[in-house]
Design a protein around this ligand. Structure first.
Ligand SMILES: Cc1cc2nc3c(=O)[nH]c(=O)nc-3n(C[C@H](O)[C@H](O)[C@H](O)COP(=O)(O)O)c2cc1C
Length: 374
């Protein structure tokens, strides 16, 4: 485990990652040999298209650990235009930001329902499920700009690719255009720092305020995507949108409105559930609802990727990549996303609680002689 669940997010950020991390990249290459799932991700070529989604890489130590674990595409935890600390213990709560959930699949009708969370891990690392309420903290831009630059040096050293994820901050009395300008500032700032792929997080379910789940508002999402695209100076800078769960009809309308400004979508973010502790009390700071992720959401995430793939096909959109995310804790979960239409697969929960996953995936692809091009 790279994260101490009984401690706060800020503690983990300052002291992690935990457990020693060895560089597995050569071993993975050797195991994989001629097998793998070959992809060309905006010029970055790999046969192991597994990466880390926004959320668990908050400094250079976590960045390097995930690179050493064998993840190929690394996303910075979402940055803001101001410094903000994570939700913290206020005395009533247990003083941590993540807890384990039983890995029982969340069905469509269960979404948003009540679950009990535990400090003790409920399943093996391969089937880990958690819920988190971190609250989208961020370093100040003048601090994260240096992290982004240093991250690029690490990417060169380990031959990896990086995404910078950003979210606008809705300030009092801001209209959608002001929020869009904040997203645009962040996108341009990341581009100035040398980032080539920028992700706009439109789907964090933990934060109250206008930026909460903005992807559900297609008009606003279009304004944000257009304003951010116009702020970018290099026509080769790639722009991605991070979305939550939806049906095909919704994704079709969403892509119709935004596709001219973007190069890809990442789906899904966590699924909000009401989570209590063993005594029935709110389990995490920030509100009764928290973002569920890991194995429990795999079925819903694969469904979302299928819905996106169908929507993309019906609109004949060739240039919008689908990056699958959600519930991947095993090679089987990875293959389900690929078969649903994902062109890269990202994990957050597994990067902390099953960091052996890239190695397990290489072994699986080689053992099953899987040779595929996507
Ligand atoms: C601790 C934690 C923090 C997260 N923070 C962010 C974030 O800052 N921005 C974002 O877009 N998604 C965030 N996520 C969501 C993940 O990127 C991902 O969409 C979700 O966890 C589903 O993937 P998983 O099942 O592999 O965890 C976070 C997830 C976790 C576990």
């Amino acid at each position: 485990m790279r994260y101490k669940i009984e401690r706060t997010f800020e503690y983990n950020k300052d002291n992690g990652p935990f457990e020693s991390v060895s560089n597995k990249n050569n071993k993975i290459k050797k195991i994989l040999g001629k097998y793998g799932v070959r992809t060309d991700f905006f010029g970055f070529k790999t046969a192991l298209p597994i990466g880390v989604a926004a959320g668990t890489i908050h400094n250079l130590r976590y960045m390097e650990a995930s690179m050493k674990d064998g993840f190929e595409l690394l996303t910075w935890k979402t940055f803001r235009s101001e410094h903000r600390l994570a939700h913290r213990n206020n005395g009533d709560y247990l003083g941590h930001n993540i807890i384990f959930l039983p890995s029982e699949t969340i069905s469509k009708k269960d979404m948003g329902a009540l679950r009990t969370g535990y400090i003790k891990q409920q399943d093996t690392p391969e089937f880990v499920s958690v819920t988190n309420s971190v609250g989208m903290p961020s370093p100040h831009p003048l601090d994260w700009v240096n992290m982004v630059k240093d991250g690029q040096k690490l990417a060169k050293k380990y031959n990896k690719a990086i995404i910078t994820s950003v979210v606008g901050t809705a300030r009092k009395d801001d209209d959608i255009f002001a929020l869009a300008r904040d997203y645009a500032f962040l996108a341009r700032f990341a581009e100035l720092a040398g980032e080539k792929i920028i992700e706009l997080n439109l789907s964090c379910p933990n934060v109250s305020g206008k930026e909460g789940v903005i992807y559900k508002d297609i008009k606003s999402s279009k304004i944000i995507a257009k304003t951010a695209r116009e702020a970018l100076r290099d026509k080769n800078t790639k722009l991605l949108l991070k979305l939550g769960y939806a049906n095909k009809g919704f994704y079709k309308r969403f892509l119709k409105a935004t596709s001219e400004f973007i190069d890809g979508v990442v789906a899904i973010n966590t699924i909000p559930m009401k989570v209590v502790d063993k005594k029935g009390k709110q389990a995490l700071p920030g509100g009764l609802s928290s973002g569920t992720c890991g194995y429990a959401i795999l079925d819903r995430a694969v469904e979302a990727v299928e819905n996106l793939a169908k929507a993309k096909k019906e609109l004949s959109l060739k240039n919008v990549k689908i990056i699958g995310c959600g519930g991947v804790t095993t090679p089987d979960g990875f293959m389900r996303h690929i078969n649903a239409g994902a062109e890269f697969v990202m994990v957050a929960t597994a990067s902390l609680f099953n960091p052996q996953l890239p190695l397990q995936l290489a072994e699986y692809l080689a053992e099953n002689k899987i040779k595929k091009r996507i």
